[in-house]
Design a protein around this ligand. Structure first.
Ligand code: C5P
Length: 239
């Protein structure tokens, strides 16, 4: 388990990120998530800049394309030196293998390639939508489990999933399988549009490997204090 909660930098410009980060002590090394919103506005430069500041990065771009394209894209992503990145498991085992190969190709000799994980079913997809839109006629749980198994078969390190799916996934995958879980809300905080949420404390007990926390930290009146509270709860220091 990573002791630092991953902060979702869901901002649309570098300026917004800067005004958020100044609220943290400059020596504090954070683990941050850069997603599509920020990456498509600011490009790879934002990742290089965050790295220079000493932060670890989960680059959440959820690649899903033909294996050759994904492999080439991942070769470039590896050169950015991020810690974690991801693909959609729906792209298939061959695509996931290609993603992994791309990361290995792009990593400097002697360095570790980024940890590669897969998105199973998005937590915004309901079982009814999955049946209708994707014509997948099993339960949502079964589909998530199947995608996790495919990711494991392709040699990926783990999946992005709801903390409520961790137990199910852990029962069918190897003991080191990574479960990175968003949808985290500290006890007593605003749930926002997330439907199935758990507290950092619950996530630890359930067995999440990493937690991703966005608005409870980014929208807090004192983000550093909110971060410290989440971090303590997640690492069990508040016990
Ligand atoms: O603000 P909040 O804590 O809800 O942010 C959660 C972050 O995790 C957002 O960046 C969201 O896009 C992401 N995420 C999620 N559920 C998933 C995958 C990613 O909430 N299944």
């Amino acid at each position: 388990m990573s002791l630092r909660p991953i902060i979702a930098l869901d901002f649309s410009s570098r300026e917004e990120v800067e005004s958020f980060l100044v609220k943290f002590p400059s020596e504090e090394s954070l683990f941050v998530k850069v997603g599509m919103e920020l990456f498509y506005q600011e490009g790879p430069e934002i990742v290089r800049w965050l790295k220079e500041l000493g932060h670890s990065i989960f680059l959440d771009l959820k690649l899903h394309d033909i294996p050759n394209t994904v492999e080439k894209a991942m070769t470039g992503i590896a050169k950015l030196g991020v810690e974690i990145t991801n693909v959609h498991a729906a792209g298939g085992i061959q695509m996931m293998e290609a993603a992994k190969a791309g990361l290995e190709k792009g990593t400097n000799p002697g360095e570790n390639p980024p940890v590669l994980i897969a998105v199973t079913q998005l937590t915004s997809t309901s079982e009814t939508q999955m049946h209708h839109d994707q014509l997948i006629n099993v339960s949502l749980k079964e589909s998530v489990r199947h995608y996790a198994k495919c990711a494991e078969q392709a040699g990926l390190a783990g999946v992005v999933c709801s903390a409520l799916e961790v137990e199910e996934i852990r029962n069918t995958t190897n003991e080191h399988f990574v479960c990175l879980t968003p949808g985290i809300r500290p006890s007593g905080s605003d749930v926002g549009d997330q439907k199935r949420v758990v507290t950092p404390n619950d996530a630890r007990t359930i067995g999440s490997t990493y937690i991703v926390v966005g608005r409870p930290i980014t929208q807090a009146s004192d983000p550093y204090q909110a971060y410290t509270t989440v971090k303590k709860e997640w690492s069990g220091e508040n016990k």
